[in-house]
Design a protein around this ligand. Structure first.
Ligand SMILES: [Fe+2]
Length: 496
């Protein structure tokens, strides 16, 4: 048994090591070029209070630390699938953890931010973030995995002042659907009751929670935000993100007055004004007592748009951010209910992990269209299946065929030869999800695509083996050179 009051005190002890940062940016090293972006901001006297940097090569991150020696840095991790019950037994887990430690140290990072989301589950791979199953068991598992990662950081990471970075768990976006048995705010309260992590509240992600759950039919957005913040463990929010939203390229924008747009997370897109209204509602909330930083998340966006959006956001919010950061964080100021003694967690047994493995296997099969919608955590989805249908019939095929590497662009000869033989590329989607595949390498969607497409082509047209092998070799070589030479995975994969 763990005591959630002691857990919260541990969180506060760790939080004290993080100075207030104010407003900043969450960025990619290369897309757009980070040094050029900072120079342009400096020309406008808009140097960010801090930068949160997305995972890149350790060499690139080390260079950023050297070049931007006067700006505090934080780290946006990727690929540690802490929502997954079997992540710690993955053959890549220790290697991924080691790389994360090296990158945190090379940045002298204030924290590790990681989405509470996954791109690989039960042997199936996807290109963009999927939310966890919002169930009590899933919350216990993610908390246990975070505890392991935090222990590793405590042992192996050190900033100049001797403190270790704090794990921050980010509220993930919904892409048309959400599955679970408990409200999302309760899920995060269960997590924070049993592990001393902080949270990142992403305002655009919160908008997608409203858009793609049944609550939007019942209450206004403003009321939803108020009710969500009343239940969410806001006292653990250390950082706030605000990023762009946009309709998927396959979606049709609704006509004026015809309901909410089907926006999804889209960092290259402009930040909709409604998110700034929501941000204001969050910043003035009295339970927001641990805030250290607010970032516009602007990877893959044009420098011009970033500068304009950042200037406007600083002008409008810097005072409110300062006031929020100045709120008293002492435990005495918190309501007893925030410590949530009723939500004390049990340790995770092996049988629990196996149960959740089975749940995630069904999750992957349902969203890839191999299994019908069934099970307690899918009841709400079953009542209104349109969002999931859009995900599995339009979004996923697009992801496999075009996103993060367009197959016809990557394999022009093999694709042409397949077309000549009457093989439709859409069949590759079924091939991709035909059976689970054991994880053997750290997650990389571009390399996964190359490997799986080779298998697909050689199965459907064995005589194309040499042709497709040559194209695979060229792609892998170009990809390795691009990563070493400074172009990013992001540029090849478009967005995260
Ligand atoms: Fe975010």
């Amino acid at each position: 048994m763990v005591d959630s009051g002691l857990i919260h005190q541990d969180f506060q002890r760790r939080l004290r090591a993080i100075p207030a940062q104010g407003m900043g940016l969450s960025v990619d090293v290369y897309s757009p070029d980070l040094l050029e972006l900072v120079n342009r901001l400096r020309e406008r006297r808009l140097q960010p209070g801090y930068l949160e940097i997305f995972k890149a090569t350790t060499t690139a991150l080390t260079k950023v630390r050297q070049e931007l020696s006067d700006i505090p840095l934080a780290y946006h991790g990727e690929g540690l699938w802490i929502t997954q019950p079997d992540v710690q037994s993955s053959p890549c887990f220790q290697q991924d953890l080691g790389e994360m430690v090296r990158q945190l140290n090379s940045l002298q990072s204030l924290w590790l931010n990681h989405e509470c989301a996954v791109k690989q589950m039960a042997g199936y791979s996807f290109g963009t973030y999927l939310p966890p199953l919002y169930t009590p068991l899933s919350a216990r598992v993610v908390a246990a995995n975070i505890a392991t990662v935090q222990q590793t950081m405590d042992r192996q990471c050190a900033r100049a002042d001797g403190t270790a970075p704090l794990f921050l768990l980010e509220l993930p976006p919904l892409t048309y659907f959400s599955a679970g048995t408990i409200p999302i705010h309760d899920y995060f309260r269960l997590v924070t009751a049993s592990v001393p992590c902080g949270l990142v509240l992403d305002i655009g992600h919160l908008w997608t929670v409203y858009r793609y759950t049944a609550v939007r039919r019942r209450i206004s957005l403003e009321r939803f935000v108020a009710e969500f913040l009343a239940e969410f463990p806001l006292e653990r929010v250390v950082e706030i993100h605000v990023a762009g939203l946009a309709c998927h390229e396959l979606a049709v924008e609704p006509r004026e007055g015809q309901g909410l747009p089907e926006w999804i997370d889209a960092h290259a897109a402009p930040i909709p004004l409604i998110l700034f209204t929501m941000l204001e509602q969050v910043l003035v909330h009295p339970n927001l007592v641990s805030l250290r930083a607010v970032a516009l998340e602007v990877d893959t966006k044009s420098i011009e748009m970033i500068v304009e959006e950042y200037a406007a956001a600083v002008g409008r919010f810097s005072l409110l951010v300062q006031q929020a950061m100045a709120r008293d964080t002492s435990v005495g100021q918190l309501k007893e209910t925030m410590l949530c003694p009723a939500l004390v967690q049990e340790p995770v047994r092996q049988s629990d992990r196996q149960q959740l493995c089975d749940d995630y296997e069904r999750y992957a099969e349902i969203i890839s269209g191999q299994a019908p919608i069934a099970g307690l955590e899918w009841e709400e989805v079953a009542m209104e299946p349109g969002g999931l249908t859009r995900y599995r019939t339009a979004y996923v095929p697009h992801e496999i065929l075009h996103w993060g590497g367009d197959l016809e662009g990557m394999f022009p000869q093999a694709c042409q030869a397949l077309a000549d033989r009457g093989v439709c590329l859409a069949e590759f989607v079924d091939f991709w999800f035909r059976s689970p595949r054991p994880v053997t390498h750290s997650y990389d969607f571009f390399l996964l695509k190359i490997g799986r497409f080779f298998e697909f082509v050689t199965e459907r047209a064995p005589d194309l083996c040499v042709t497709v092998q040559q194209e695979c070799d060229l792609l892998r070589l170009a990809y390795a050179q691009a990563n070493e030479g400074g172009a990013s995975i992001m540029e090849m994969e478009q967005s995260r």
